[in-house]
Design a protein around this ligand. Structure first.
Ligand code: SF4
Length: 289
C-alpha cells in the first residue's frame, strides 16, 4: 500500500473565516465539534507509522475549520510527528491569526524548529478586496504581502493555495496576474484548484453557491495550455495536477476535475482527533482503524 499524503485533521469545526464555499460542513464530521478536541495520541502514532511504512513523505496538518485557532495543539502535533521524520510537513491555514499576531513569533519559531517546512495559505485572488469578500466579509482582511514576508523571515516555504472561483480567478489573464503577484512577493509555490463542486451536500446553501460559482472545465484546459507554452512542465502529480516552472515561479495547476486514484495506491490516510483513521474525506465508512 503506497501512501502519498498523511493528512492530520487538527483543530475543530471552528473557523474565523466565512467562506461561502467551505466544504467542512459538507463532509462527515467524524466526531469533530467546535471545541478543541482531545486527541487520541496512541492512534496518532499508529497512523503516522502506517504512513511512513507506506513510503509517505508529506504530513499535512489541516482542519475541518482553522487549525491555528489552537496553536498549542499544532505544536503538539509537530512534536508527535518529529520522531517519524517526515521530510515535508505542511500546515494549511487561512493565515488570519498569524497575520494578526495571535499565533505569535514564538509559535512560528517553535514550529520551524520542530520541522514544519511549508505554510499553505488559502486565497481566492491577488486583490485584498476580493479575498475579503470571500474570507472576511465581517472584518478586515489581512495584508497578504506582509504575511508572506513574515513567514519568509522564519524561513518557511510559503505556498498560496488558490481556489478558482467564477467571478474571482476565472480566466487565463487573471491566472497570469496571480502568478505575477506570487513572483513579486517571493511565494515559493503557487497552486490552483477549482472550487469543490460536491455531488451531494449536507448543506443546501453551500451546495447552491458552489454550483453557481464553479469554473468551467475549459478554463483548466486553457490555463494548462498557457502554462505549457510559457513555462516548463516539471512534475506530474498523482492527483491530477501538473507542476510548471514559469520564469522561475513554481505553479501547480489541476489538469482535470475528476481523477480517481489508482486502485492499488492509497492516496492519503486521514487522521481524526478521536483516533479514527480513514482513506477518503467524503465517506465515514472508508475506515482503516
Ligand atoms: S478558511 Fe477554510 S475552514 Fe475557514 S471558512 Fe474558509 S474554507 Fe472553511
Amino acid at each position: 500500500m503506497k501512501v502519498l499524503t498523511f493528512s492530520i485533521v487538527a483543530g475543530s469545526l471552528a473557523c474565523n473565516a466565512k467562506c461561502p464555499f467551505c466544504v467542512a460542513p459538507m463532509t462527515p464530521a467524524n466526531g469533530i465539534g467546535t471545541k478543541e478536541p482531545a486527541v487520541n495520541w496512541r492512534n496518532f502514532r499508529k497512523a503516522a507509522q502506517l504512513a511512513r511504512d507506506g513510503g509517505c513523505s508529506t504530513a499535512m496538518i489541516t482542519s475541518k475549520g482553522e487549525p491555528t485557532i489552537f496553536p498549542e495543539q499544532v505544536t503538539r502535533f509537530l512534536e508527535e510527528l518529529e520522531p517519524f521524520k517526515f521530510p515535508i510537513s505542511e500546515l494549511q491555514t487561512n493565515g488570519l491569526l498569524i497575520a494578526d499576531g495571535r499565533v505569535t513569533d514564538v509559535h512560528l519559531q517553535k514550529w520551524y524548529d520542530l520541522g514544519l517546512t511549508t505554510i499553505a495559505i488559502s486565497v481566492v485572488h491577488y486583490e485584498r478586496s476580493k479575498n475579503k469578500s470571500i474570507y472576511t466579509p465581517h472584518r478586515e482582511y489581512q495584508d497578504l504581502p506582509a504575511l508572506i514576508a513574515k513567514l519568509k523571515k522564519f524561513n518557511f516555504t510559503v505556498r498560496l493555495a488558490t481556489v478558482l472561483v467564477k467571478g474571482y480567478l476565472d480566466s487565463v489573464d487573471e491566472m497570469k496576474k496571480m502568478i505575477d503577484f506570487a513572483t513579486a512577493n517571493g511565494v515559493d509555490q503557487l497552486t490552483f484548484r477549482p472550487v469543490t463542486k460536491p455531488d451531494k451536500s449536507e448543506n443546501e446553501s453551500i451546495y447552491k453557491w458552489t454550483a453557481a460559482h464553479a469554473i468551467e472545465d475549459q478554463l483548466l484546459v486553457d490555463c494548462n495550455a498557457y502554462l505549457k507554452e510559457n513555462g516548463s512542465e516539471i512534475l506530474e502529480l498523482a492527483h491530477g495536477a501538473t507542476v510548471y516552472d514559469v520564469n522561475g515561479q513554481n505553479v501547480c495547476m489541476t489538469n482535470c476535475l475528476t481523477i480517481q486514484p489508482k486502485s492499488e495506491e492509497m492516496r492519503q490516510i486521514i487522521f481524526y482527533p478521536d483516533g479514527s483513521v480513514r482513506y477518503a474525506w467524503q465517506f465515514s465508512g472508508a475506515r482503516l482503524f
